[in-house]
Ligand binder design. Structure first.
Ligand SMILES: Nc1ncnc2c1ncn2[C@@H]1O[C@H](COP(=O)(O)OP(=O)(O)OP(=O)(O)O)[C@@H](O)[C@H]1O
Length: 302
């Protein structure tokens, strides 16, 4: 798929397939093209080239019913602020083709699932940001669409809101929905057992299970030693270690082996913790520019 804005190639050969029941984490730096992809799938933006298939049907040229197969939770809250949460959900339920009784039941179920019962009859503009996020997610899920697109649904959410949203997303995937989940936060994708699609400069540059994409990337082993005696790391480890205040940070592909080597050299730490490789390591390994580098992305695209 291709989408250009003047000289910027926001999508430049973007190719992604997500199976029923699969949660795919769409990750990438700011400006990589994630939101543009979501906008194309929800038909807010028309691509310059490419095709979009939803449940096997051509969504760009097909009937409206194909477009109704997508539930979307955009980055910005897009509910009617003066209407109550219940009325918003009724409207989205009707748009998704639910009849009155089914709508009523779906609102009851989602309100429980997303902890919205106490605010159902309050105007959206008067509830908290976290409650608005949950209401937004409920509006995307109400018709049980086979494809769910969630663009940073937990941005700014407190732990309780985050947990409720993640539970709901998992339940939708277990019920068979294909879910595309955009986030800058890898632990959420671990909680969702999501596969990853790493986006860079308008295309998917890495795709697969988290474990396989993170395999072979180094961990950081954090070590502290008895402050009364100077730590003497074996030279092979010292080359890979940096000191930060009272901690040593050791880059390691095999933390157990490195710890064994430390102890064998008579250098026993008083504290050990291992930071597993995360998104930063993955981006680094893929050679992406530093986070938030809009200008570089835009310039390189031009
Ligand atoms: N309407 C538009 N007009 C011009 N350029 C645009 C428009 N929308 C997006 N772009 C450009 O397209 C590129 C991709 O933007 P997009 O918003 O898809 O990135 P993103 O991966 O969603 O970023 P973020 O993580 O910041 O949300 C960027 O260079 C952006 O500036």
């Amino acid at each position: 798929m291709v989408k250009c804005y003047g000289r910027i190639r926001a999508l430049d050969g973007f190719d992604l397939e997500v199976g029923a029941g699969e949660v795919t984490g769409l990750i990438g730096h700011n400006g990589a093209g994630k939101t543009t992809f979501v906008e194309v799938v929800t038909q807010l933006v028309r691509p310059d080239a490419g095709e979009l298939r939803i449940c096997g049907s051509d969504a760009l040229r097909g009937p409206r019913s194909v477009r109704e197969m997508v539930g979307v939770c955009p980055q910005e809250i897009s509910l009617y602020r003066t209407a109550t949460v219940r009325d918003n959900l009724r409207l989205f339920g009707a748009l998704a083709g639910l009849r009155r009784a089914a709508r009523h039941e779906a609102i009851r179920r989602l309100a429980t699932e997303l902890m919205l019962e106490s605010v159902l009859d309050r105007p959206v503009g008067l509830i908290s940001g976290g409650q608005q996020r949950r209401a937004q997610a409920a509006s995307a899920m109400i018709g049980n669409p086979p494809l769910l697109l969630l663009d940073e649904p937990t941005a700014g959410a407190d732990p309780q809101t985050r947990a409720a949203l993640l539970r709901s997303v998992r339940a939708r995937a277990e019920a068979g929905a294909a879910v595309v989940y955009t986030t800058h936060y890898l632990p959420e994708l671990t909680d969702l057992a999501a596969t990853l699609a790493v986006v860079r400069r308008g295309r998917v540059v890495a795709r697969g299970e988290q474990s396989s994409l993170l395999h072979g990337l180094p961990s950081t082993v954090r070590l502290r030693f008895d402050t009364s005696r100077p730590a003497r790391l074996p030279p092979e480890l010292a080359r890979r270690a940096v000191r930060e205040n009272d901690e040593w940070h050791l880059t390691s592909l095999d933390p157990p082996a490195d710890l064994a080597a430390l102890v064998a050299a008579g250098c026993s730490p008083t504290f050990v913790d291992v930071d597993r490789p995360g998104l930063d390591h993955l981006f680094e390994a893929l050679g992406a520019p530093p986070a938030g580098n809009h200008q570089e992305e835009a310039r390189d695209a031009g």
